[in-house]
Design a protein around this ligand. Structure first.
Ligand code: 3PY
Ligand code: MG
Length: 254
């Protein structure tokens, strides 16, 4: 079959992901039918709930793409459920301590590495995994746990978080990172002074043999992130696709 998202990332591919906030499976599926390598749905700042996530994953996989889910802050139970629903990647926001990173691993990896509870029926049917033994033998490597590093606190603990076994990568959130590094003065994801921490996160991830991910918003920022060493970059959210599509269409009238 097709290589998994994890296999592509470990082979060094650059992955560009859609980012869907609207809790409507057809939007996620439509995004997955475009040239994105992957589509993520967002439960933190997006409006998704468990049912819309479950249905959206079905649409994304039906379109032949891997699905990712950003869970709400501290919702490690949802991290397990997202994998049971067939997500290939879980993105956990605000991982600000080694204990947070360990909780993410516990939720997303089967024993002995973690404490993920058994119940992947939907994932097996969506991904064509033939039986429980295959799932048990492959899931810990084939599904990805990404810890969001998006605060000053997390940046100070970057190496400790990256060293947690079972954390597959770190996902840099430039808005919150700029908010906390500026002491609450500004949200400046593309400020010049963000360049150093942004590059440092990618370099340390590489040094630990882990994947650097980032939220890129637009194509210029997305290219910058891949240029400085990120391999998984999300573009969005979906309201931006709609607005820019409408703009382009109306410009064609004038
Ligand atoms: C951030 O930039 O803080 C994010 O969480 C991006 O989604
Ligand atoms: Mg954030």
């Amino acid at each position: 079959g097709k290589p998994t998202l994890a296999a592509r990332l470990r082979a060094g591919d650059s992955i560009y992901s859609g980012w869907i906030a609207t809790p409507e499976p057809l939007i996620a599926e439509t995004a997955a039918r475009q040239a994105f390598d992957c589509v993520c749905v967002d439960m933190q700042h997006g409006l998704h709930d468990p049912v819309s996530v479950m249905r959206s994953i079905g649409g994304i996989v039906h379109a032949g793409k891997p699905a990712g889910v950003r869970v709400p802050v501290g919702d490690f139970a949802m991290a397990s459920r997202a994998l049971d629903m067939g997500a290939e990647a879980v993105i956990a926001p605000m991982i600000n301590s080694v204990a947070d990173a360990r909780a993410l691993v516990a939720a997303t990896k089967y024993p002995s590495l973690g404490e993920r509870s058994w119940g992947p029926a939907r994932a097996l049917s969506l991904q064509g995994i033939p039986d429980a033994a295959t799932q048990l033998a492959t899931a810990n490597d084939a599904t990805l746990a990404f810890a969001m590093v998006e605060t000053k606190q997390a940046l100070d603990l970057l190496d400790e978080i990256l060293a947690v076994e079972g954390i597959d990568g770190v996902f840099m959130g430039p808005s919150d990172l700029s908010l906390t590094l500026s002491g609450g003065k500004e949200v400046a994801p593309a400020a010049d002074w963000m360049d150093e921490p942004i590059r440092r996160i990618a370099a340390r991830a590489r040094a630990h043999g882990k994947i650097a991910c980032a939220f890129g918003a637009d194509p210029v920022r997305a290219r910058y992130f891949t240029d400085v060493g990120y391999h998984f970059v999300a573009l969005g959210p979906d309201a931006i696709y709609l607005a820019s599509g409408i703009r382009t269409m109306l410009e064609g009238l004038r």
